[in-house]
Structure formats: structure tokens, C-alpha cells
Design a protein around this ligand. Structure first.
Ligand code: NAD
Length: 509
């Protein structure tokens, strides 16, 4: 990626990492952002100090009073302008996502497209923040419920979707009348600087207060300031289950609200009637796409014993075709892991698979030599395992696919699929209506996402996104996920001259 392209996004070699709208400042530690694609320094970002954090929050507090008074459809108009700008910048922002995070350029473009899609969705939503009217039990009374803005929404994001997750939260929160303060992953701060510059320009052009959208940068410590802050009624946190437990506990101490989007351990069940061509394509994309660093990556393939050997052969053959290299070169299917720490975790997982009794079918290794200088490129792995192994129970954020055999009825596969702590995404490949309906029923998948005849990854923004159990229970993006960004109020209006009490209670004076 060239310096000129970075400048299009407002990124210099040295950047300030705190912003309230168009005002940028920062005196904290320097974060150097290296590209996992080639190991080169992209640019530096100076992180946020505690004093600067408090300034950001007090600006946000002022801005929220103005923003919540602007009619929702007019707030939607600002989000519409954000979507328009993103359309214009899609090629270059997609390139930055790919360069800073390491996912393929196609996936980088797809991530920006998700931002555009959620903006479109939010614009429509800005005229549909509906409450219910309710029939009162008392004569001459009317009841309804309505939704009001919460105030400040803190958004903590992970490295693997460095722009889309912010937009899922920000587009909805903004039309709901909230202001947003974003703490991106310290591994991808430049993507955040670029997004904030885009929205800050729009807010400025519309003469709106600076504190409607803010960015703060830094590590877990900066995230903790958000979790502990009584002034932030909702904390939306995306990342590991370990992080989610810490955030949930801290926010619960002050009885704040959380929206948690945490780790997954996603499986595809492959039944005897599965279309094997579709299964293999879905499984390979799900397991090696984004180098296995999607929360919805396919980690487990639970295959019926009658077709197990066939699936195993087809998969191992398909893995031979996977081209690994610079993700900006469209001939490659898989790019690097985010950094060398992630490579070490991948290597540790391979040791554990062997120690715990697994059999590696497609060997993993760290690639070296020309094109692999960053030390972050690894090969995707397939291992035969049993579901109960500790390593299978844990989410390893790397391209490792576990093959697990089931026999008998599909219930046995569903038990294995549900037999992990996480509950994000799941899928079944089948031509049987009975199997598919069982999988989708209350006795089926226990995940937030359950798909039939598609893989586990690649959700659309129209549906609510999130998962159960240790995935955190949060929902963001489509459907009625917007409700979490607002406070519900029930109103009862008496238009008579008497004061009847509910439940028929008599109180005569
Ligand atoms: P991570 O937990 O290391 O970091 C995520 C974010 O949390 C970062 O911004 C980090 O600085 C911050 N953070 C860490 N500790 C914190 C604390 N104690 N208090 C406040 N903030 C804290 O995760 P990661 O490595 O960046 O991302 C990978 C993980 O994210 C995987 O587990 C993946 O499944 C998950 N993820 C989930 C979803 C989802 O929607 N369910 C989406 C993307 C990623």
C-alpha cells in the first residue's frame, strides 16, 4: 500500500490516536502498526492518556444532549452520508484493512461492503424505531412503550474485523440517538484512525458537535477505563471470551449494560445426504478464510462415518490447492496470521493436538523465504480428533480444522456440535428435511447462528449477529438488535377525570 493511498485516508507516518470529532490529540505511548503481510512498519499512532480519555468523555457528554434532540430520520441522514463516503473509499479502505490486518483484499472489500450495508440498514431503521401500543385495563387510559437514546455507547473491538464491527455498532447507535466512543484493537489502530476521519469530516460538514463520534487508542488498560466508567451506560465489547468475562464483571459492578460478542467454536455437521461439493467449498472457505481468524471460522467438521473417508480425502485434496501469500495479490486464498504471537499460539495448538491423541492429516508449518518475510504465514492444518479433547474445546484463532466422526442418527452429531462452551455459529449440510428441521428446532443447535447448506462464516447484516453461552449472548447488526442501544419507557396516559387504580385496588379518601 502506498503512502499516497494512506494519505487518501488521512493517515500520516505519525498519527495522534485520540479524537473527538475532527480534533486530534494524544500524549500516550506510541503504537507501531506493522503489516503482517510483509513485516513493514505502516505508520505509528500515539495512544490516549487517562487525562485525554476524560476530555473525550466530557465532550461526548455535551454532544449527547444535542444529538438526542435531533429527530431520528435526520440522524439517519448523517449515517446515509457515511455510507456514501464509504462507497467512494471502498477500494482504498478495503486495501488498508487487508494491509493492516492481513485478510485477503476480497475480504477487505467485503468488510467495507458490510459497513455500507449496515449504514443503509440504519438509514431505514431511523424511521422505524417502533414501540407498541398496549390496551389498558383501566377505562379512559392509553398505554404505549417508546425507546429513548441511552447516551454514550463505548465500543471495544477486536483486530480481525477492524472496521466492520465499529460500523455495526456505530451506525445503529447513532440513529438511536447515542454518541459513540470507540477503542479499537491495539493491533489495528490505523483502520480506526481512517474511519474516524471519515465520520469526523461528515459531522463537521453538517455543523454537528465534535463529540458525537470519538476514538481512543491503547491496550486493555484503555478498555478498562470504558468498562469502569459510570458515564457510559452501554459497553459493546467484541473479542476473546477471556476479555468478555473481565468486561462483563466490571460493568456489572456498576450495573451498566453490556453487549458481548466473544469467541466461537463453530461446527459443520456433514450428514450422509450432504452435497459433498458444496460441503467441501463451504468447509475450506470457513476454515482457511481470514487464515482462520474469524469468530465464525469453521473449527470442527462433524462427519457421518458412512461418508467420513470420502470427505477426508476430498478435503485433504482441496487443501493442496490453497495458495498462501500476500493477501493483496488476488491469486492467493490465504494471507498471514495477525502477528508472531498468533503464530506461536498456532504452533502450541499443534503440539497439544498431538499430546492429547489427535492425528494430524495435513501438517502445519511456518512459511519462510521470499514473500514470507513477516514470519506470520502458516499453512492450514487438518487434524482427526475427538470432541472432548481440551484443545478442541478451546478456540484457537488460526487455520486448524478438526475432523470428528459421528455414527447413527443426526442427534449424535448435534450433541457433539453443542458439546463445547461457545455458541456462536453452526451449520448442517443435508438434503433431509427432517434433519434440517431438527437441527433448527429447540432440540437442535444451541448457537446464535444456525445455517442449513451453507458454512458457518459470512453472515449478512440483515440478521441479528451473536451467540450464546461463552460467546456472550449479545446481538448486533440487523433484525431488532437496535433495541439494546436504547432505553425502553412504558407510558400510561389517563384522559378521564377519575383515577382508577390498576388491579381494581380501592383507595377512597
Ligand atoms: P482480545 O480479547 O485480545 O481483544 C479485543 C479487544 O478488547 C481489544 O481492543 C483489546 O484491547 C480489548 N481488551 C482486552 N482486554 C480488555 C479488558 N480487560 N478490558 C477492556 N478491554 C480489553 O481479542 P482479539 O485477539 O483482538 O480478537 C480475537 C477474538 O475476538 C476471538 O476470540 C474472536 O472469536 C473474537 N471475536 C468475536 C466476534 C463476535 O462477533 N462474536 C467478532 C470478532 C472477534
Amino acid at each position: 500500500m502506498t503512502i499516497k493511498e494512506l494519505k487518501t485516508l488521512g493517515i500520516e507516518i505519525d498519527n495522534l490516536g485520540t479524537s473527538t470529532g475532527s480534533k486530534w490529540f494524544a500524549k500516550g505511548d506510541i503504537i507501531s502498526s506493522f503489516s503482517p503481510t510483509n513485516g513493514k512498519l505502516i505508520a505509528k499512532v500515539q495512544s490516549t492518556t487517562r487525562k485525554e480519555y476524560d476530555k473525550v468523555i466530557s465532550e461526548a457528554e455535551k454532544a449527547k444532549l444535542i444529538w438526542r434532540d435531533i429527530p431520528a430520520p435526520k440522524r439517519g441522514e448523517i449515517v446515509r452520508q457515511l455510507g456514501e463516503k464509504l462507497r467512494e473509499l471502498k477500494p482504498v479502505l478495503g486495501k488498508l484493512v487487508s494491509y493492516e490486518m492481513g485478510k485477503s483484499y476480497q475480504e477487505g472489500l467485503g468488510e467495507v461492503q458490510e459497513m455500507i450495508d449496515i449504514c443503509d440498514f440504519a438509514v431505514g431503521l431511523s424511521r422505524q424505531l417502533y414501540g407498541n401500543t398496549i390496551h389498558s385495563e383501566r377505562p379512559g387510559h392509553r398505554m404505549y412503550d417508546q425507546y429513548h437514546p441511552l447516551g454514550i455507547v463505548g465500543i471495544i473491538t477486536a483486530f480481525n474485523f477492524p472496521v466492520a464491527v465499529w460500523s455495526w455498532n456505530a451506525a445503529l447507535a447513532l440513529v438511536c440517538g447515542d454518541v459513540v466512543v470507540w477503542k479499537p484493537s491495539e493491533k489495528t489502530p490505523l483502520c480506526a484512525v481512517a474511519c474516524q476521519k471519515i465520520i469526523a469530516d461528515i459531522l463537521k460538514a453538517n455543523k454537528l458537535p465534535e463529540g458525537i463520534s470519538s476514538v481512543i487508542t491503547g491496550d486493555a488498560e484503555v478498555g478498562k477505563w470504558i468498562s469502569e466508567d459510570q458515564r457510559i451506560p452501554l459497553v459493546s465489547a467484541t473479542g476473546s471470551t477471556r476479555m468478555g468475562k473481565l468486561v462483563a464483571t466490571t460493568v456489572a459492578q456498576r450495573l451498566g449494560k453490556t453487549l458481548l460478542e466473544l469467541g466461537g467454536n463453530n461446527a459443520i455437521i456433514v450428514t450422509p445426504s450432504a452435497d459433498l461439493k458444496m460441503t467441501i467449498i463451504g468447509a475450506v472457505f470457513g476454515a482457511v478464510g481470514t487464515a482462520g481468524q474469524r469468530c465464525t471460522s469453521t473449527r470442527r467438521l462433524i462427519v457421518h462415518d458412512s461418508i467420513y473417508d470420502k470427505v477426508k480425502k476430498a478435503l485433504t485434496d482441496a487443501y493442496k490447492q490453497v495458495k498462501i501469500g500476500d493477501p493483496l495479490d488476488t491469486k492467493h486464498h490465504m494471507g498471514p496470521l495477525i502477528d508472531t504471537d498468533a503464530v506461536q499460539m498456532y504452533l502450541n495448538a499443534l503440539d497439544k493436538i498431538k499430546e492429547q491423541g489427535g492425528k494430524i492429516l495435513v501438517e502445519g508449518k511456518v512459511l519462510s523465504g521470499k514473500g514470507y518475510e513477516s514470519g506470520c504465514y502458516v499453512t492450514p492444518v487438518i487434524a482427526e480428533v475427538e470432541n472432548h479433547y481440551q484443545i478442541v474445546q478451546d478456540e484457537t484463532f488460526a487455520p486448524i480444522l478438526y475432523l470428528i466422526k459421528y455414527s447413527g442418527e443426526v442427534d449424535n452429531a448435534i450433541t457433539l456440535q453443542n458439546g463445547v462452551k461457545q455458541g456462536l455459529s453452526s451449520a448442517i449440510m443435508t438434503s433431509s428435511l427432517r434433519e434440517s428441521e431438527l437441527f433448527l428446532s429447540q432440540n437442535g443447535s444451541d448457537c446464535g447462528i444456525a445455517n442449513v447448506n451453507i458454512g458457518t462464516s459470512g453472515a449478512e447484516i440483515g440478521g441479528a449477529f451473536g451467540g450464546e453461552k461463552e460467546t456472550g449472548g449479545g446481538r448486533e447488526s440487523g433484525s431488532d438488535a437496535w433495541k439494546v442501544y436504547m432505553r425502553r419507557q412504558t407510558n400510561t396516559i389517563n384522559y378521564t377525570t377519575s383515577l382508577p387504580l390498576a388491579q381494581g385496588i380501592k383507595f377512597d379518601l
